[in-house]
Each structure stands twice: as structure tokens, then as C-alpha cells.
Design a protein. Structure first.
Length: 267
């Protein structure tokens, strides 16, 4: 999710108003709220404005945003070293990424098109178009799933990248807006909710939020970030083979491997 100038300030005010209303709803919600335990930390580039994030074959893959600084990159998990990178020139603002077979697919925020790269070489091999904004991507083994900041997750054909379905996401019957970075985890969609410390666990069949993960306290303090308003939690990656769950944020210094802790009564 990108932001700039007056649009950034207006967007943030509207989101904060929505969050204030949501806080009361959370308190009365029947949706379980999971905590977390940090198992390990890994270095993260504080210049990386994380918009897309996934794990594949021992490496992190990351899509970064902001005009003029957007890129797709392959990162050594232990050292944080960028071992491969393709830059996205202006005016495009890079957003979510996903791997499908031999391809790496990248969204842009408001350009209404995305790019296709060869996964091995990072050579650009194609382009595709879509209406509206692009925020994030993941895949469920059959389809590519795309968020756009609205309560609707688009279902894309992985070969044509055309929309063939949708998932309307609700929490306690209320549409969930600001769905940001997404990841497929054990049959559920895990989704960052922009400008919050929460990850929604979404049942893809019904679109209902069936759990929250509260990551309050994770990441740098506001006075330790370059831009506290925007350097927020965003980025979920899952190592399905070893069952490892990773989270990070925009320009955060660390990536966290976490384990979920059980919901508390009345959570």
C-alpha cells in the first residue's frame, strides 16, 4: 500500500477513524485472538519498504515500494544480503509479489498493471493489466489471490492472471477493509490489516475472519523508525515444509519467526 502527501494524511485519518470504531468491535467480538512467541530473528534491510514477502527454497523474496525505490529481491535468510534484485523504474510503485511455477509476479499500486519475471534470472518477461489498485498476492496451489485494500480478495487464473472469482471478507458480519499483505497458511489466508498490529486469519470458503493474531509489541518503537506513520507491520511468509511463520514490517530492522500462542478467554 503506497501513500504520499495529502492523500497519505487523509487516508491515515480515515483509517484511524475506522480503527477506533473497530477497537470497540474487537472487544465485543467472538473471534478468538491469538498471541505470539518470538522463536528467532533475522536481519532485514531498513531501506526496504516491504509490500510483498514470501519464503521459497531457503530464501526470502521481497517486493518493495515507493516510486524510484521499488524492486523485487531475493534475500539470504541468515545474513539479510540481497543476492538478486530487479529494480522497478518510475512512475511505477511496486507492491505484492508471488511465485507461480517458473514466474515471479509483481503488482503495482495505482498503475493498473503488473509485471512477470523469470523466477531464476529476474528478467522481465511479461506484463498484465487489472482494474483498481494492487496491494498484495499469494497462491493456494490452484489460484493466485490478490488484495486491493477493499474487503474483496480477487481470485485470479494463474496462467492468464484474469479474475475468475472473489472472496468477500467479513469480521463478525462487517466487511474488513485495508487487507494488505497476504499469505496462504495451512488452508487459511493470513492477512495484514494496514496500520494495525493484527493479522486476520480468513476462511477462504466463507470469507469470514476466524481468528486474529495480535502482534502488539512486535517490531521497533515509533521513535526508532524513519516514518512512524507508515513504517508499519506488513509482510507474512510461511515455510510450509518446516512449518515456520515469519513476519516483518516496512523498513523494520528485523524479520521475526513466530509461534502462535492460544487465545485467552474473552480475548
Amino acid at each position: 500500500m503506497g501513500s504520499s502527501g495529502a492523500m497519505k494524511r487523509l487516508s491515515r485519518l480515515l483509517v484511524l477513524l475506522a480503527l477506533c470504531l473497530a477497537s470497540a468491535a474487537y472487544a465485543q467480538s467472538s473471534i478468538p485472538v491469538y498471541g505470539y512467541k518470538v522463536l528467532h530473528t533475522y536481519p532485514h534491510d531498513t531501506g526496504a519498504y516491504t509490500e510483498g514477502f514470501f519464503y521459497l527454497n531457503g530464501y526470502f523474496y521481497e517486493g518493495t515500494g515507493t516510486v524510484g525505490q521499488s524492486s523485487v529481491r531475493k534475500v539470504d535468510i541468515k545474513t539479510g544480503e540481497v543476492v538478486q534484485q530487479a529494480h522497478l523504474p518510475p512512475p511505477d510503485y511496486g507492491e505484492g509479489i508471488v511465485a507461480w511455477k517458473h514466474k515471479l509476479i509483481e503488482l503495482t499500486w495505482q498503475s493498473h498493471h503488473g509485471y512477470i519475471y523469470d523466477l531464476d534470472s529476474f528478467k522481465k518477461i511479461g506484463q498484465f493489466d487489472y482494474p483498481g489498485e494492487g496491494w498484495a498476492l499469494t497462491e493456494d496451489g490452484r489460484h493466485i489471490l490478490m488484495s486491493d485494500g477493499t474487503p474483496t480478495i480477487r481470485v485470479l487464473d494463474p496462467e492468464t492472471l484474469k479474475q475468475i472469482g472473489k472472496i468477500d471478507v467479513t469480521a463478525d458480519g462487517t466487511p474488513l477493509t485495508n487487507i494488505n499483505e497476504v499469505e496462504w497458511v495451512k488452508g487459511q489466508i493470513y492477512a495484514n490489516v494496514w496500520l494495525t498490529h493484527r493479522i486476520a486469519r480468513i476462511d477462504p470458503a466463507s470469507g469470514k475472519v476466524v481468528g486474529w493474531i495480535d502482534l502488539t509489541g512486535l517490531g521497533p518503537k515509533a521513535d526508532e523508525t524513519l516514518d512512524p506513520d507508515n513504517d508499519v507491520l506488513n509482510g507474512i511468509a510461511y515455510d510450509a515444509k518446516q512449518g515456520r511463520l515469519f513476519v516483518t514490517g516496512k523498513r523494520w530492522p528485523l524479520i521475526y519467526e513466530i509461534e502462535l500462542t492460544p487465545p485467552q478467554p474473552g480475548g
